[in-house]
Design a protein around this ligand. Structure first.
Ligand code: SF4
Length: 66
């Protein structure tokens, strides 16, 4: 699974960060730091939670085919 964050939509609510600080780190201004990254094995549910918590719908999850 891959996470894609549209940083042009990010308004710095930090809800993703609340879901998981390591998966969704913020920059110094409180905006999502990483725009695209692979979800470590076992962290898929947390990634879904972080995406669902974003009020700007800035976080998209991409399931990768095996
Ligand atoms: S929850 Fe959404 S808007 Fe808020 S920091 Fe994370 S990506 Fe940005």
């Amino acid at each position: 699974m891959k996470v894609v964050v549209d940083r042009t939509k990010c308004t710095g609510h930090a809800r993703c960060f609340e879901a998981d600080e390591e998966l969704f780190p913020l920059d110094d201004l409180g905006y999502a730091l990483r725009s695209e990254f692979d979800v470590p094995p076992g962290a898929e549910a947390t990634a879904r939670e972080g995406a669902a918590m974003c009020p700007e719908r800035a976080i998209t999850l991409r399931e990768e085919s095996p």
